[in-house]
Design a protein around this ligand. Structure first.
Ligand SMILES: Cc1cc2nc3c(=O)[nH]c(=O)nc-3n(C[C@H](O)[C@H](O)[C@H](O)COP(=O)(O)O)c2cc1C
Length: 403
């Protein structure tokens, strides 16, 4: 495979120091980096460090005549296979979102004909600001890719979302993009995947949950992205990092998952892998339920919305392929086939979660794919392999439907 190259734009945030590590991470993976350092970025790292690590001139100024003679700003913006902005400051996000080109970095972002991957980094309140979120939504609509930000301790002493993704995660996202663009069987397709458990609150400290780890759904999302699909992963609470190159929406409850999944449509396929709670407590109190005040002898429950059935029965905008998962402990195949019919989905992936198989939370899975055409049982294998095989089946099914 020919060497891939990245144009790295380094903005003016504390996380700029991590971009030096990113250059090394890319080099380790055989990816060449050329860099633009913004004026604010140069307050944090020097052009000399950046240039020494990339092994190339570090570009800083739009009006540097030598730069224009060597390589014009338009050519610079198009010579790489992918543009990466890390750290993507609030300022750097706002410019392409609003068509502004005030310096070399923002001009390159408007002039490029290549996809742009943003790794945002900013204070938690800045990241939550509606103006920043509007810009992020606009950029996503325009086709930009995002990695992070992560949640964690921040340089400013606060805690929350806004920390730049680690250099290895950004390099993973770059690699995932290159892998996807070289296969591309699902290029131009949008797939929505749900994963993980839901948490159904009872009071501010208690909730009803289940043992789903989200590993299978996350692996499926990653496998689909590798084949070039644009993937929206709607995830319940999990410990897992967002898969590279996947638009991940995090939710807590079944109702939030329903809303996020429906808002992610239209899609070519929907894969409902999440273990959505069938029921939630009828009443959620704002205060902790106290033992002394009578506590709880029973919890009245009410039914949650059924995401799989709702998507399957859409009259308008039903994805061409709707896939559900059935975690069963007994009479697995019979129960799963009954579920397929009841829900109106196209395929059900049945998995045996009876004790001993270690499916829930484990690394492996034993599944049977059930469709109108029949059943196919796969040997026990790592969840990542189940995901790769399923993604290939989905690509095949969608290509047949298109012809
Ligand atoms: C010490 C310091 C740290 C900063 N960190 C960030 C940051 O992490 N994210 C951000 O969006 N802006 C941050 N800023 C503000 C940006 O530097 C400022 O908005 C600048 O104009 C961004 O320029 P750029 O478009 O070249 O990134 C910081 C400023 C200072 C002085």
């Amino acid at each position: 495979m020919a060497t891939k190259s990245v144009l790295l734009i380094i903005g003016g945030g504390i996380a700029a120091y991590k971009s030096l590590e990113l250059i090394r991470e890319c080099a380790k993976r055989g990816i060449r980096t050329r860099a633009i350092l913004t004026r604010a970025g140069a307050e944090f790292v020097t052009p000399l460090s950046v240039g020494s690590l990339t092994g190339e001139k570090c570009y800083t100024d739009l009006f540097d005549l030598t730069d224009e003679a060597e390589m014009g700003h338009i050519e610079l913006s198009r010579a790489a296979d992918l543009v990466v902005v890390a750290p993507a400051t609030a300022d750097l996000l706002s410019k392409p979102a609003n068509g502004v080109a005030g310096d070399l970095a923002s001009t390159a972002l408007l002039a490029t004909d290549k996809p742009v991957l943003f790794a945002p980094a900013m204070n938690v309140r800045m990241w939550a600001h509606p103006g920043v979120q509007r810009n992020v939504a606009t950029l996503k609509e325009d086709g930009a890719l995002f990695v992070g930000p992560n949640e964690g301790d921040m340089a400013c002493g606060e805690y929350g979302a806004g920390r730049m993704a680690e250099p290895s995660e950004i390099a993973d996202a770059v690699e995932a993009y290159f892998a996807a663009s070289s296969d591309g069987r699902l290029k131009g397709r949008h797939v929505v995947v749900t994963a993980g458990p839901t948490h159904e609150p009872l009071d501010p400290v208690r909730y009803i949950a289940n043992r789903s780890s989200g590993k299978q759904g996350y692996a499926i999302a990653a496998a689909l992205a590798k084949l070039g699909a644009r993937v929206t992963l709607v995830s319940g609470p999990t410990e897992l990092p967002a898969p590279a190159g996947v638009d991940t929406v995090r939710v807590q409850t079944a109702r939030e998952m329903m809303e996020a999944t429906m808002s992610a449509l239209p899609a070519d396929a929907a894969i409902c892998c999440a273990a959505v709670a069938d029921y939630r407590p009828e009443i959620e109190t704002n205060q902790k339920i106290k033992k002394e005040r009578g506590g709880l002898s029973s919890i009245p429950l009410t039914e949650n919305p059924d995401i799989l059935r709702s998507i399957s029965s859409l009259d308008v905008g039903r994805p061409g392929l709707v896939i559900g998962f059935a975690a069963e402990t007994d009479d697995v195949l019979c129960n799963a086939e009954a579920k397929r019919k009841r829900k109106g989905c196209d395929w059900i992936i049945a998995n045996d979660v009876s004790s001993g198989t270690g499916t829930m939370g484990g690394e492996n899975n034993s599944v049977t794919v059930i469709s109108e055409a029949g059943q196919e049982s796969w040997e026990n294998m790592p969840k990542a392999r189940v995901a790769d095989r399923l993604a290939a089946y989905i690509a095949d099914a969608l290509s047949k439907r298109a012809t």
